[in-house]
Design a protein around this ligand. Structure first.
Ligand SMILES: NC(=O)c1ccc[n+]([C@@H]2O[C@H](COP(=O)([O-])OP(=O)(O)OC[C@H]3O[C@@H](n4cnc5c(N)ncnc54)[C@H](OP(=O)(O)O)[C@@H]3O)[C@@H](O)[C@H]2O)c1
Length: 261
């Protein structure tokens, strides 16, 4: 199975040592890279997803590098009780939470008249559960007067119908409001819009070489991105160095987004 976490070379002192983080969607792709990257920076990480075997292989990879072994939490975020359960498990195991990476999610291409259930389930996973989990962890961040919330969202430039797009847009607007409410406690809230970062879902959406070549014609840099090319931004945003960046929506898409504003 394809699940690289890249190689490590320290380029900037991020002052992350001693922090704790919860990373959802850590079994694959971008979330997996970020979880490993934070661990390499001295963060105690809890990793959550449904596929425990992949989280276990991540734990082994991180352990082999001599970084702090992550705590594994099995979590299906379609379950209504999961946000509360996950927040409690995080706080029971780590005692506090400094960083929340909301990476769990996925694309749901649909026709405009797809059944309501398809639109609702995309909204549930990509917005409602993300909001509920974040809400459950904010009191702890307020208590310690420090926190970082980073959401992996998606394009605001749809080329067709996709049940996930409105959910990602909802995250942008919700996160902006939230950032204004809790900035006074030293908590920042930012969203990163991945464009075409190599991942399981991208391979599923563009299964053949031809599909991928066609897609890459729309990307100014002419290729897919690596998880590291986005993940390192998330790790920077999670650090004390990024204390004045909040309420932002930042695309990492090889220039595919066309508008200046
Ligand atoms: N790659 C891109 O260019 C791109 C573009 C637009 C948006 N995004 C967004 O960026 C985030 C990361 O994407 P990726 O490309 O790295 O995706 P990916 O490789 O497909 O990984 C998705 C992650 O989400 C987890 N997940 C999915 N459904 C879940 C559920 N019901 N409960 C708990 N975890 C669940 C998966 O874990 P399990 O299956 O093990 O549960 C996996 O770890 C997603 O939110 C995605 O929508 C990515």
């Amino acid at each position: 199975m394809w699940c690289p976490i890249g190689s490590w070379e320290r380029r900037m002192e991020l002052r992350l040592e001693g922090k704790t983080a919860l990373v959802t969607g850590a079994s694959m792709g971008i979330g997996r890279y970020i979880a490993a990257g934070l661990a390499r920076e001295g963060v105690a990480v809890a990793v959550a997803a449904r596929r425990i075997d992949l989280l276990e292989s991540l734990r082994q990879q991180i352990k082999a590098e001599g970084a702090i072994e992550p705590v594994i939490i099995e979590a299906d975020l379609t379950d209504a009780e999961m946000p509360k359960h996950l927040a409690k498990a995080m706080l029971d195991k780590m005692k506090h939470v400094d960083i929340l990476i909301n990476a769990a999610g996925g694309s749901r291409p649909v026709k405009y008249d797809a059944p309501a259930q398809e639109w609702e389930s995309a909204m549930m996973l990509n917005f409602f559960r993300l909001r509920e989990l974040t809400t459950a962890l904010i009191p702890n961040m307020i208590h310690q007067r420090w926190g970082r919330i980073i959401n992996l969202t998606g394009t605001s430039e749809p080329r067709g119908s996709n049940a996930t797009f409105p959910a990602k847009a909802a995250v942008h607007v919700w996160a902006k409001g939230l950032s204004r409410e809790i900035g006074q406690y030293g908590i920042t809230v930012n969203s990163i819009q991945p464009g075409s970062i190599i991942s399981e879902q991208l391979m599923r959406l563009y299964p053949t070489e031809d599909d991928r070549r066609r897609f890459c014609r729309e990307v100014p840099v002419g290729r897919f991105g690596e998880p590291a090319e986005l993940g390192d931004l998330a790790i920077f945003l999670a650090s004390p160095l990024a204390s004045y960046i909040t309420g932002a929506v930042i695309p990492v898409d090889g220039g595919r987004y066309r508008f200046a504003f």
